[in-house]
Design a protein around this ligand. Structure first.
Ligand SMILES: *[C@@H]1O[C@H](CO)[C@@H](O)[C@H](O)[C@H]1NC(C)=O
Length: 159
């Protein structure tokens, strides 16, 4: 717990206390270190496409020997692709994704855990999350799947 000392005699003290607090929160935020970066823009695909769902650890680190999890939280089981001890753990994987997912093995040493999804189905539309246990943050990527080829216009908001 942290206590912010405020001078009760000064009329500006609540404001000063607030700015100290904001500064501390900013510092904590900057110090939390690595995070996973997915995509702020949705990935748009057509049925049958082979696509890549981007996700990388920043700052980069070799994650070849770490556990990597891709999930769809709305599904049961939620696992799309799990890599553990250097190989894919297929036992808990949702059957929809059987033999359709892979990681880019040579990219793992650069912290790139992007997922390749082959032969996209309409049911693949959804929100995917990438996660490395032990790393604080998880990230998500949205996938939209269209039946036909069409042009999609969307606005993005950078965060
Ligand atoms: C991650 O690897 C994929 C596949 O090689 C590549 O398309 C993508 O650009 C890489 N991402 C980064 C951030 O290097």
């Amino acid at each position: 717990m942290m206590f912010v000392h405020t001078d009760t005699k000064s009329p500006t003290s609540p404001l000063r206390a607030l700015s100290v607090l904001v500064f501390l929160l900013l510092l904590i935020h900057l110090c939390t270190g690595q995070s996973l970066i997915g995509s702020s823009q949705p990935i748009v695909a057509t049925r049958g496409d082979d696509i890549t769902l981007p996700c990388r650890l920043d700052p980069a680190e070799d994650v070849t020997d770490l556990t990597v999890e891709w999930t769809r939280p709305d599904l049961d089981p939620r696992f799309v692709h799990v890599r553990r001890s250097g190989q894919e753990l297929v036992s808990k994987k949702h059957p929809w994704f059987s033999e359709r997912t892979s990681l880019f093995i040579n990219e793992l040493k650069h912290g790139n855990i992007s997922l390749k999804l082959s032969r996209v189905e309409l049911s693949d539309q959804g929100t995917y999350t990438c996660f490395i246990p032990g790393k604080e943050k998880l990230s998500s990527v949205q996938l939209f799947v269209g039946k036909f080829i069409y042009n999609v216009y969307f606005t993005t908001s950078e965060d």
